[in-house]
Write a protein that binds this ligand. Structure first.
Ligand SMILES: [Mg+2]
Length: 346
């Protein structure tokens, strides 16, 4: 068995703006775990406002004792070992969790989805498409170009929110979800904005206030007719226990949670607490998106479009057709063509 990792930078097709700022690329790592002639692939890509970078990722991967992974064939034991290495490094852990799931699925010749579903396997799910913060006219142009999607996730910056949604509403009837990325500050202003956005048909508000401003979130959620969903505020299962009372739902991402298995655990805890679940993503390639798509059946909403926003995808796996994610029949996370990955590792 061997573990390899390669630094990789995902280049965005267009600059991507959120209330955190604008970026043109996201740095991370692609990993490959090889065993008995099979290769499982994983990846980690974290935006700069989380405290992981290529150096911390390399340190984490170097801390892995591959002989310990080899000692057992049990996926659960391998994942437990990965999680036991240090308290944080969620993105780096996600990369290994995804690669180990992929490897195990290839070994038993089953898609990962079958491990987490008791029902007959569904292979197609509606996903929203994300529009980053930009000028109003550019955001309207992008909304027009995304006509094939049933819903749009619009990033807000707290400055032009109502103007943006009014303008987009003029060109589309698609469902609109909004993500403030912590960009709202004053509660009364936020309430006013939220009510106007809801009048315009917005169906979900994500992470309105800064991390930790729970009282404000609770006050907003109590007076909004649409779900208010946590993203940056909730990274782990402990965060769910702490914050469930303030939110209506959570955005679960493999990169935040530490991979597929911790994400599934978070979703089941969220359900116990009566929360809605959105499965989202960072700027990721088709590795991360296809891994998340394996548990798409557990969500109320999907926002799995990271691979559509980049120029240099790592592989071919899940496809997006007319706004629907279509899972492949391939085992593991569903990679159907890894020729580019083979080049990346050589
Ligand atoms: Mg978000």
């Amino acid at each position: 068995m061997s573990l390899k990792y390669v630094p990789y930078s995902l280049e965005l097709k267009e600059p991507f703006g959120t209330a955190h700022g604008t970026r043109t690329h996201t740095d991370g790592m692609v990993v490959a775990i090889e065993s008995d002639g099979l290769t499982g692939y994983g990846e980690v890509f974290m935006p700069p406002y989380y405290s992981e970078n290529q150096e911390s990722m390399a340190l984490y991967f170097d801390s892995v004792d591959v002989s310990k992974l080899l000692r057992t064939e049990s996926l659960a034991d391998r994942l437990a070992y990965v999680r036991s290495l240090g308290p944080r490094d969620y993105g780096a852990k996600a990369a290994l969790d995804i690669a180990l799931h992929d490897l195990d699925g290839k070994r038993i010749e089953e898609p990962v989805a079958t491990r987490y579903s008791t029902d007959e396997r569904r292979t197609s799910y509606s996903t929203s498409f994300t529009i980053g913060v930009d000028t109003v006219s550019t955001m309207v142009r992008k909304a027009r170009e995304a006509k094939g999607f049933k819903s749009l996730k619009i990033k807000l910056d707290g400055k032009q929110d109502i103007r943006v949604i009014e303008a987009i509403k003029e060109v589309t009837d698609q469902e609109l979800l909004v993500d403030a990325n912590q960009g709202w500050s004053d509660l009364d202003e936020a309430l006013e904005t939220a009510h106007r956005l809801i009048d315009l048909g917005v169906g979900l508000i994500e992470q309105p206030f800064k991390q930790g401003e729970h009282e404000k979130v609770g006050a907003l959620a109590a007076r909004c007719a649409v779900p208010v969903v946590a993203d940056e505020d909730i990274q782990t299962i402990e965060d769910i226990d702490r914050l469930a009372a303030f939110y209506d739902g959570i955005n679960v991402k493999l990169m935040k949670a530490g991979g597929i298995k911790p994400a599934v655990k978070m979703i089941s805890r969220a359900r116990e607490k009566g929360l809605k679940v959105l499965i989202g993503c960072m700027t990721e390639s088709s590795i991360g998106i296809s891994a998340a798509a394996q548990v798409a059946h557990l969500a109320d909403w999907l926002d799995l479009d990271g691979n559509l926003l980049i120029k240099n995808d790592t592989c071919t796996a899940v496809q997006t057709v007319d706004g629907y994610l279509v899972l492949s029949e391939a085992p593991g996370i569903g990679i159907t063509d890894d020729s580019n990955l083979i080049r990346i590792f050589n």
